[in-house]
Design a protein around this ligand. Structure first.
Ligand code: SF4
Ligand code: SF4
Ligand code: SF4
Length: 278
C-alpha cells in the first residue's frame, strides 16, 4: 500500500477508488485556501512540479549535491501537497471513469508548450469534477475549452489513448483532490521529465510491476520502445526482454505489442523487495 492509500483510501481498495477524493467539497476547500493565500483560484496554478527545475539543473552542473538535495526535497513536498500524479493501469482507469462526473476532454498543457500543437490536435488530457465548468465557461483562458464526455465516450477515449502509447496518470489538484486523468508520454510530459530526468518524484509509481515470462518471450523486441521510464531493455544473450522492476512504473504499455502475452503485471504489494518502492 502506498502512503496515499494509507492516508486517503478510507477503506477503498486504492485511494483513487475512494469517491470522497473527487468530491466537490474538496475542490471548494482548495479554492478557499488559494483565495485566502491571495493566489488566483486557478487549477492550472496548483502545480509545483517543475518549480525546482532550473536551480536544480544549475546545482547539478556544478555538482552541488547539498543544494540539489535541498531543492529536490522542497520541490517534492510542494508537488505532493498540491499537484502530483500516480500511474494507473488501463483497467484501473476504466474503473475510475465509472466513479466520476462530470468528465471532459481538454487540451494538454505539456504538449502545447513542448510541441506547440494547435488546440484541435491536442485534446489528450482528461479532466473531471467541478473544475471542468471553468474550462467550459472561459475557453480563451482555459485553452481550447472542454468537450464533455459520457462514461462510454470517456472509456473509449482512454482506451484509444492507451493503445496509442500514452500512460494514464491520476493527478491531484490540491491533494487529495483528484482532478485529472492525464495521458502522458516521455519527453512531452513535464511530470515525467522531472521524475525521470531529475529524480524529483512528481509522478509516483503505480501499484503494479511488469514481469516477462521467459518461456513465452520470443525475442521480438517490440515492447522495448513502449517503455517511457527506461525500465525495459532487450538482452541479446538470452534473446528476450528484461524488466528492471525497481524502475518499472506499472503502466502496462509493454503488454500492448506483445503477441505471445509474455508480460504480466504483478501486484507490487505482494513482492517484498518492491512493496515499498514507489
Ligand atoms: S500531465 Fe500529461 S496529459 Fe497532463 S498536461 Fe502534462 S502531458 Fe498533458
Ligand atoms: S514484446 Fe513480448 S515477445 Fe516481444 S520481446 Fe517483448 S516480451 Fe518478448
Ligand atoms: S516495463 Fe512495462 S509496465 Fe513497467 S514502466 Fe515500462 S512499459 Fe510500463
Amino acid at each position: 500500500m502506498c502512503v496515499w492509500c494509507e492516508r486517503y483510501s478510507e477503506g477503498a481498495e486504492r485511494w483513487y477508488f475512494n469517491p470522497a477524493n473527487y468530491a466537490r467539497r474538496l475542490y471548494k476547500i482548495r479554492r478557499e485556501e488559494a483565495e485566502a493565500a491571495g493566489a488566483e483560484a486557478n487549477p492550472q496554478r496548483a502545480g509545483g512540479m517543475t518549480a525546482g527545475g532550473r536551480p536544480f539543473q544549475e546545482a547539478m552542473a556544478v555538482r552541488d549535491v547539498a543544494t540539489m538535495e535541498r531543492i529536490k526535497k522542497e520541490a517534492e513536498e510542494r508537488a505532493w501537497a498540491t499537484h502530483f500524479g500516480q500511474v494507473v493501469t488501463l483497467e484501473e482507469t476504466l474503473k475510475i471513469v465509472d466513479l466520476i462526473y462530470p468528465i471532459g476532454q481538454m487540451t494538454c498543457n505539456c504538449r502545447r508548450s513542448m510541441r506547440g500543437l494547435p488546440d484541435e490536435e491536442n485534446f489528450t488530457c482528461i479532466g473531471m469534477g467541478p473544475g471542468m465548468y471553468k474550462w467550459e465557461r472561459w475557453p480563451d483562458t482555459y485553452r481550447g475549452g472542454v468537450e464533455f464526455l459520457t462514461t462510454a465516450q470517456a472509456k473509449d477515449l482512454v482506451t484509444r489513448l492507451h493503445h496509442r502509447g500514452y500512460v494514464q496518470v491520476m493527478y491531484t489538484f490540491g491533494t487529495p483532490y483528484l482532478g485529472g486523468i492525464c495521458n502522458c508520454d516521455y519527453p512531452d510530459c513535464g511530470g515525467f521529465r522531472t521524475t525521470v530526468d531529475l529524480g524529483i518524484k512528481c509522478v509516483w509509481k503505480g501499484h503494479y510491476v511488469a514481469q516477462v515470462d521467459p518461456n513465452k518471450c520470443n525475442g521480438c523486441g517490440l515492447c522495448v520502445s513502449r517503455c517511457q521510464f527506461k525500465a525495459l531493455s532487450f538482452n541479446p544473450s538470452y534473446n528476450m526482454a528484461y524488466v528492471d522492476q525497481m524502475q518499472c512504473f506499472g503502466c502496462g504499455q509493454c503488454q500492448i505489442p506483445c503477441k505471445p502475452n509474455a508480460i504480466s503485471l504483478l501486484d507490487r504489494s505482494k513482492i517484498p523487495a518492491l512493496a515499498t518502492v514507489w
